[in-house]
Design a protein around this ligand. Sequence first.
Ligand code: RUG
Length: 833
Amino acid sequence: IESSIPAPLRDTWKKFAATEFSTKEEFQREVVRHVETTLARSLYNCDELAAYSGAALAMRDKLIIDWNKTQQAHTLADQKRVYYLSLEFLMGRTLDNALLNRDIKDYAVEGVSELGFRMEDLIDQEHDAALGNGGLGRLAACFLDSLASLSYPAWGYGLRYRYGIFKQEIIDGYQVEVPDYWLDFNPWEFPRHDITVDIMFYGYVRRYTEDDGSTVNIWEGGEVVQALAYDVPIPGYGTSTTNNLRLWSSKPSTGEFDFQKFNSGDYESSVRDQQRAETISAVLYPNDNIDVGKELRLKQQYFWVAASLYDIVRRFKKSHRAWTEFPHQVAIQLNDTHPTLAIVELMRILVDKEHLDWDTAWNITTETFGYTNHTVLPEALEKWSVPLFQNLLPRHLQIIYDINLFFLQSVERRFPKDRELLSRVSIIEESNPQVIRMAYLAIIGSKKVNGVAELHSDLIKTTIFKDFVKIFGPDKFTNVTNGVTPRRWLHQANPQLSALIKEKLGSYDFLKDLSLLSGLEKFADDKSFQKEWMDIKFRNKQRLAKYIKDTTGISVNPSALFDIQVKRIHEYKRQQMNIFGVISRYLSLKAMTKEERAKQVPRVSIFGGKAAPGYWMAKTIIRLITAVSEVVNNDVDIGDLLKVVFIEDYNVSKAEFLCPASDLSEHISTAGTEASGTSNMKFVLNGGLIIGTCDGANIEITREIGEERIFLFGNLAEDVEDLRHAHRYGKTPMDPALKEVCDEIQKGTFGEPGVFAGLIHALTEGGDYYLVSDDFASYLSTHKLVDEAFKDTAAWAHNTIVAVSRMGFFTSDRAINEYADEIWNIDPVKVDG
Ligand code: RUG
C-alpha cells in the first residue's frame, strides 16, 4: 500500500505511537489537555459542557486506538465481514456507555470529581444521537453493541443526518415539532476527508453493442453528489474490539459541472446546486411504520446504498479475489426494505462495470444479501412509483425489470397455469401509476428473509409473503427474535440493580452471558433480597417522580403503581385504548364512596412518545392524554389515586430512566400488528411486569417467564380478520364501558369534544379497525387483576425476580449469534488488547 510508512522508519513511528490512558491520573491528564488545548478553555473557564467535552474527547482517543487495532486485526484475519445497512441508528448517548463498556467508569467518576465535577452532570450534557424513529433504529444500535461485544468483524452503514428525529414540545396540550440540530459538538465522529464517493442521479442510459456482440449499458449525464464518510467507533463490552459505524454525509461534487456554472457568473444557481446536494442527508424522515413515497427519501436511499456498496466493493477488491468469492467475504444485511436498492446496485456494478454475465452476477448477489422484515402493516410496506424511479434511477429501473422478468419466467416454468400467481408476485404492481414493491425485490434478491419474533415470522409466511414460500420453499424464511443489549438496558440504565445482581451472582459475567441471570431465581423468596430488590425499584421511581415534578409540575407518589406506556404513538399500538382505560378508571373512582376509594391501589399512568408530524390521529391521541391529565390531576376527589403524565420528547436517554421505574408497562397492540416490540424486553429486564396482548415478542416473553407473571388479555391474531369483518357489517355493539367513556368525552368533560371526534369516529363509523372495543372488557378486567396483584408486595417481588432471572433469551447477543450462524456465516476475530 503506497500510503504506508517505509519499513526502515517504522521503529521511529512505533516509538511515538499513541498510547491509551489506563489509570485515573492519565485520564485526568487527557481531560485537562483537551479542555485546555482542543477547546482552548482553562480552569478559570470550564463549565459542565466543557468538562463533558474534555472527558468525551479523552474517551474518544482511547476508543480510536482500539478502533485502529480492530481494523488492522480484521484486515489481517481476512475473514468474512458483515455489513449492516440501516437507514436508522438510534444510538442515544455515548459517554456513559463507552466508560462502562471499557470498564473504567469507577476511576473516571473519581477522576472528574477531583477536577470539580459530578460525572452524572457531565453525562447529562450529551445530546442524544437520535438518528432513528423508534424500535427499528434502536434495534440497529443494540445490534452494533452486540456485534462488537462478540468480536464479530462488522460494519454499520447509515446516513449522517444533520437533523435527527425532531424534538417534541407539548404546547397547550398539543405536540409541536422542533428541529433537532445535534451536530454543534459531536466528539464521537471522525470525518474522513479522504473517503468520498461520487453518486449520480437522473441522467439517461446509453446502450451500445460491443464488437463481440455483447450489449453494454452506460448510465450517464446525471447530477453528481458527493458522499463523505464519517466514522463512529463502536466499543464492545469486555473486549478491545471496536467496530465502525460509517455514516455518509452529502455535499456538492467538486466536479467541473459546478465550476463551469460558477465561472460563467451563474453564482446563485451554483449555490443552489450545493444546497440541493446537502439536502440529501439533511433530515431523517420522521415516520415510523408509515411509507410516504417522497422523492427525497428515495434519493437518500440510493445515495447511502451506492456509497456503502462502493466502499464494500473497494475493500473486497483489495484482496484480488475472484468475484465468485464475494459472498464468502461479504454478508450484507438489509434492515427493512429501505436499503433494497443495494441488490440492484450490486447487479449494476457486477454487470455494467465489471462485465460479469447476468447469471453469475445474480448468483453472487443472491448469496450476499439477507433481508429483515419488521412489519406486516400494509401502510408501512415500501412501494416506489415507477415514473418517479424512472426519472431518478433510469438504469436501476431497467435492472429491476430484468430481475422481475427472469423471476416471473422461472415462476411460470414451475407453475405454468397460474397467471394470477404471476401478477401477485410481480415486483411491479399494475396500479396507476405502476409501483415497485420493494419487499418483493428484497425477498427475490436475498438468500434469507427473517421476521423479528416467532409470531411475526409465522405471519409473514402465511399472509403477506405466502406466495413466496410456495415459490422458494420454507427454508428461505426464518425467524430471529429481537433482543436488547443488557449493557445499556440493565447495567447503564439501572446501575443499582446491576450491582445487586452482581453481588448475588458473584461477577458481572451475566452482562456477557445473560443466561446466567437464571442464578437469581433461587433468591426469589429470600426476604432480605426481595427488600433490596424492591428498594431499588422504589429509588428508581423516586428519581422519575422528581423528574416529573421538575418538568411538568405534577406531584406523583412513588408508592403508587407506576404504569408506563412509552413508544411511538400509533393507532395499532393503541395508546387510545390505554387513555380510554384511564378515563374508565377515573369514572369508577368518581362513582365510589370514600371508603371504597380508600381500598384502591393508587396509579400513575405515564405516557410518552412522538407522533409522526403528518399523522393527525396520533396527534389527537396525544391531545386526549394531555386533556385527561389536566382534568384528573386537578380533581381533589381523586388526589393521589390517579395521576396522568405525558413525558415530553421521549427518547433513548429518557427510556433509560423510565424502564427501571415501571411497575407495569403496556404493550397492547392489536394482535398480529406489532412485529416484535423491544421495550417489552427492557421493562421486564428492569424488574417490571407487563400487561400485553398475544402479539410480537410478548408471546415469547410469556413462554420464558411463565404466564403467571404476565398480564395477557385480548383477542388473538387468528381472530382479527373475523372481528374486523363483523365490525364492517355493523354486527358488533360497542363495549358498554367504552361507550361510557365515549359519552363522557362527548359531554365535554375533557374539553371541546369536537377535538376528539376523529377518535370516536374511528371506533364507530370507522369500523374500529384496531379492535379497541373487542378488547376493552378484558383490558379493564386485567387491570383489576394487576391492582390485586400489586397489593401483595412479596408475591410481586417474587414474580419480578423470577421474571428477570428468565430473561436471558432476550439479549441482542443471542440474536446476533443466530444471525451470524444461520444467515451470515461469519466467525469472531480476536483483537489483542
Ligand atoms: O414496529 C416494529 C417493532 O415491532 C419492532 O420491534 C422493531 C424492531 O424490529 O421494528 C419496528 N418497526 C417496523 N419500525 N419500523 C417498522 C416498519 O418499517
